[in-house]
Design a protein. Structure first.
Length: 557
């Protein structure tokens, strides 16, 4: 796939989707599969903002038992199942361990009761998942001895066991979005990244398209459509305000922060620790809110830290003091960690809609439902739908509702949605273990098994697009020094995956930067290969390197 804007002009689409995060990508994929003509525009890179800045978890609804919100438990389990089926190379089960102390609300008995209810409510959690390695086991209680075998550093005093539940972990969230984008394009959608919608086009009280600025080529163009879905996440309402559709903001947001640590604290399982903050929506509470230590590509992530965000989304930032305060919160919850700024490899932050929150105390009540809004009802503007997902997990369902509404606005009966059972680009295989064997045999003899595993996860059944490049030049079959990424993958991304900025490679397609700063030598080598493929001059290459380097926190020169 090459980046091309010409197909966007001189035609009218059935549907224009604004925003190439997970909600927008899923909407374009859904609509294209149903036979609508679709355009998808993203102001940055696909899946590169809020969709990427998370704990990489596909939630199955366990925490909503505390809220007695059965609808959300069922919804979460259904959408987790859909993602495990749609992208079995990019989403896999991960166990989460909650230590139990004593015999009260924090004890194993209350967890066991909750897990019994959870297992009953999610009895169909694996329906249609043929690969056993992608099935979610039943939540259960383990003994004190077992949890200390897993985590011998836990405080043993009062420990009575632990609860274990499974959720999905995303191997590479931007790549999952990209796989949806490619599936949409394969179904006929026209897609473009680095194209910012500066205003909605309106005529006679109806939205008829959008004015777009190409942030790479600096050209302006109009894209016309019979219906527009505004799926721009935290930028969605800003676009409504900028276009005069809405007069005042109405959606509150939380800035959610997670950290990638340079240390390996947990390996095969995520671990919960309790903080001093409360969940205002919890009806049945074990106490304060949990943080989770999550294994991530040989390192550890921890999150999330939330606060009410009152500024424009473009001003989203995390200060060094906020990170320090979060580290203090973590160390208070688990003093053995003794984390400092030097342990922080990457700071991730995104904006999510919330119900309410305490801006001073840190207690945040997250939005219970995603927003799918008919702007004809709320703002008296025809031809427009606004869709904002409150969690990565539910984005596919948000897309389904948005496309159903778009069909009605087109005056047509909605065709059946197919994305609950369809597969994303690269998911044409039955069992992941079989895919691993195929990839291993296709790569040069002696290739590091870590590289084999990671390539199978990232590319899935499309791995041949990379191995054919190795056939072209065998030296491209060697990894970038200090990484598990092949030079051929950089070439492939630059040629075929709509890479327009170096960050699209480092943080998006390849995920090299998602563990933290890989070092200047790695970034320079990726930049040199990308520049050669895209024809960048030295000045452009240096500017791209500087931009990537600036995204890593607290670098001491």
């Amino acid at each position: 796939m090459a980046r091309a804007l010409a197909p966007l002009v001189d035609r009218e689409f059935d549907l224009l989707v604004i925003g190439g995060g997970v909600a927008g990508a899923a909407t374009a994929w859904d609509a294209a599969l149903r036979g609508l003509s679709v355009a998808l525009l993203e102001r940055g890179d696909f899946g590169g903002a809020t969709s990427a800045e998370s704990l990489k978890v596909v939630h199955g609804g366990v925490r909503y038992l505390q809220h007695l919100d059965i609808v959300r438990v069922r919804e979460s389990a259904r959408e987790r199942r859909a993602l495990l089926r749609a992208a079995p190379h990019l989403v896999h089960p991960l166990p989460f361990v909650i230590p139990a102390y004593g015999h009260g609300m924090k004890g194993a008995e209350i967890l066991a009761a909750g897990f019994t209810v959870l297992n009953l409510l999610t009895a169909d959690r694996n329906a249609g998942i043929g690969d056993r390695s992608r099935r979610i086991p039943a939540a259960r209680i383990v003994s004190r001895r077992r949890v200390l075998e897993w985590f011998p550093e836990l405080t043993p005093d009062g420990l009575t066991g632990a609860g274990v539940f499974w959720d999905g972990q995303m191997q590479n969230p931007p790549r999952l979005v990209w796989s949806m984008v490619r599936a949409a394009a394969r179904a006929g959608a026209i897609v473009a990244n680095h194209c910012e919608v500066t205003a909605l086009l309106q005529q006679g009280g109806r939205v008829i398209g959008a004015t777009v600025e190409d942030r790479i080529g600096r050209q302006r163009l109009d894209v016309r459509a019979r219906v527009v879905v505004n799926a721009a996440g935290p930028y969605a309402e800003a676009l409504l305000l900028r276009s005069g559709v809405r007069k005042a903001p109405s959606i509150p947001y939380s800035r959610d922060m997670a950290l990638v640590l340079k240390r390996t604290i947990v390996k095969d399982r995520a671990l919960a620790v309790q903080t001093k903050y409360h969940d205002p929506s919890a009806v049945l509470s074990r106490g304060t809110r949990h943080l989770f230590l999550v294994p991530w590509r040989g390192r550890t992530m921890i999150g999330v830290n939330s606060l009410i965000w009152k500024e424009e989304p473009d001003r989203l930032r995390v200060t060094e003091k906020e990170v320090t305060d979060f580290l203090d919160e973590i160390n208070e919850a688990d003093p053995r960690l003794k984390l400092t700024l030097d342990d922080v490899g990457l700071v991730m932050a995104g904006l999510l809609p919330v119900e309410r929150g305490d801006a001073e105390g840190g207690d945040v009540s997250f939005g219970k439902r995603p927003l799918v809004v008919d702007n004809a009802v709320t703002d008296r503007v025809q031809g427009l739908v606004t869709a904002v997902a409150n969690r990565y997990t539910v984005a596919r369902g948000v897309a389904q509702r948005s496309v159903d509404l778009a069909y009605r606005k087109l005056g047509r009966e909605p065709r059946p949605c197919r994305t609950e059972t369809a597969r994303v680009y690269g998911a044409d295989f039955a069992r992941f273990e079989d895919l691993l064997r195929e990839v291993r045999s296709a790569l040069p003899a002696g290739t590091d098994p870590v590289i084999v595993d990671r390539l199978a996860h990232d590319q899935g059944s499309a791995y041949g697009e990379v191995t054919r490049i190795i056939d072209e030049r065998p030296e491209w079959g060697r990894p970038i020094a200090g990484t598990d990424v092949l030079r051929a993958e950089v070439v492939h991304s630059a040629r075929n995956e709509m890479v327009a900025r170096l960050g699209d490679c480092v943080f998006g397609r390849l995920g090299i930067g998602t563990r933290g700063d890989p070092g200047p030598d790695v970034i320079e080598e990726v930049a040199a290969i990308t520049a050669e493929q895209l024809g960048w001059d030295p000045a452009r290459r240096d500017a791209e390197v500087a931009d990537v380097r600036a995204r890593f926190p607290f670098r001491r020169q």
